[in-house]
Write a protein that binds this ligand. Structure first.
Ligand SMILES: *[C@@H]1O[C@H](CO)[C@@H](O)[C@H](O)[C@H]1NC(C)=O
Ligand SMILES: *[C@@H]1O[C@H](CO)[C@@H](O)[C@H](O)[C@H]1NC(C)=O
Ligand SMILES: *[C@@H]1O[C@H](CO)[C@@H](O)[C@H](O)[C@H]1NC(C)=O
Ligand SMILES: *[C@@H]1O[C@H](CO)[C@@H](O)[C@H](O)[C@H]1NC(C)=O
Ligand SMILES: *[C@@H]1O[C@H](CO)[C@@H](O)[C@H](O)[C@H]1NC(C)=O
Ligand SMILES: *[C@@H]1O[C@H](CO)[C@@H](O)[C@H](O)[C@H]1NC(C)=O
Ligand SMILES: *[C@@H]1O[C@H](CO)[C@@H](O)[C@H](O)[C@H]1NC(C)=O
Length: 299
């Protein structure tokens, strides 16, 4: 499946935990915020511990250190108590879990395919909440809608996900709904769904049978006007006089289209009735010509 990637931005995948990355993770709303107790404006008046850096008045900690002033040494804390959970000081999705030293991420898919990318350093104990959850200060992963990150940086993307650009595209800037995944070129079209600018689905057509994503929503193929790039079975009303018309692209007896000033509206006949082009309405089959009805000798 991976051979079908059509674009690959290798440059964008530097090491995740380089200090630079964490620095850019400092939440800007934190800057000099004296209202929020979780945002102690301490540095530079009181310097950060363990070589943490002061950014916008808050400490950005090196990997393996936590707390508002980077005082917590994760390795030491975990050695002392294996049940401890520690929120990552700067990034809301991340936390240290002392009972699991080997960090399960990032999944280095890309290094398999692009061997020139250096292996990332995996900070011990570091974990990411199941996307799109955040790590709450009550020490559990929570739905992002149910909690506040305070000073910690909120990213809308999955954090440790290097191939996300292709398989789970970034939803920032996208309206809620289903969009075509244009990073993938496959025989079957790929889609992704966004909610609150989070990617909540990626994969093949997620719609029920005979429906495809259209303008963000699952839409009946019979409602969609076909074009060069869009599959659909609706009729084009642009040059038709107002009235009811049978389906044309795919023969279907139980529907008809109403053209009004160039617009088409799809209507389903009541059950067991079929559309009769002669009368322009849905009728009992016994009154309608073949192939939809049973009247053989129509004139
Ligand atoms: C924590 O421990 C790991 C594994 O023993 C080590 O690789 C890492 O450098 C340590 N981190 C710090 C900040 O001491
Ligand atoms: C921490 O790790 C332990 C052991 O793997 C696991 O049982 C527990 O659920 C983890 N806690 C969180 C919040 O991930
Ligand atoms: C999170 O909460 C929102 C709104 O309450 C809900 O629509 C969504 O399904 C929830 N997500 C998860 C993963 O539970
Ligand atoms: C943690 O806080 C969230 C809201 O921030 C709440 O929904 C959840 O029940 C809390 N969990 C625990 C274990 O207290
Ligand atoms: C409708 O008619 C106009 C003018 O005759 C023509 O240019 C246009 O291509 C027609 N549109 C369709 C969809 O047939
Ligand atoms: C067709 O329908 C759309 C939206 O329902 C409307 O904005 C547009 O004016 C209609 N066009 C005509 C020619 O009636
Ligand atoms: C259609 O007509 C047949 C014969 O007249 C009748 O038995 C049947 O109930 C009618 N069906 C409907 C849906 O009206």
């Amino acid at each position: 499946m991976l051979c079908i990637i059509i674009t690959a931005s290798v440059a964008a995948v530097a090491t995740f935990f380089a200090k630079k990355h964490v620095l850019s993770g400092i939440n800007e709303k934190c800057a000099f915020n004296t209202e929020d107790a979780s945002c102690p404006v301490s540095c530079p008046q009181e310097p950060c511990d363990n070589e943490g850096t002061c950014v916008n008045g808050a400490c950005s900690c090196n990997d393996g250190f936590a707390g508002s002033k980077c005082k917590i040494d994760v390795n030491q804390t975990c050695k002392f108590d294996a049940n401890t959970l520690i929120p990552h000081p700067n990034i809301c999705q991340l936390y240290y879990n002392c009972s699991q030293a080997v960090s399960p991420f990032p999944i280095d898919l890309e290094t398999i395919f692009y061997s020139d990318i250096p292996q990332v350093i995996r900070p011990a104990y570091l974990h990411e909440c199941p996307y799109p959850e955040f790590f709450s200060t009550n020490m559990s992963c929570q739905n992002y809608t149910d909690m506040k990150c305070g000073c910690r940086y909120e990213t809308k993307n999955k954090f440790a996900c290097k191939l996300c650009k292709h398989f789970n595209p970034d939803c920032v800037g996208f309206a809620d709904g289903i969009h075509r995944n244009r990073y993938m070129s496959t025989p079957e079209e790929e889609y992704f769904e966004c909610q609150d600018e989070r990617n909540i689905y990626s994969g093949h057509n997620p719609c029920p049978k005979n429906m495809v994503p259209y303008n963000g929503k699952c839409t009946d193929l019979f409602e969609i006007k076909p074009s060069n790039w869009q599959r659909g079975y609706a009729i084009d009303c642009s040059n038709r006089t107002n009235g009811n018309y049978k389906s044309e692209h795919v023969q279907r007896c139980d529907i008809y289209y109403t053209c009004v000033n160039g617009n088409s509206t799809l209507t389903y006949c009541d059950s067991e009735l079929v559309f009769d082009s002669k009368s322009s309405f849905c009728q009992n089959k016994t009154n309608v010509c073949t192939p939809c009805g049973s009247v053989v000798h129509c004139c």
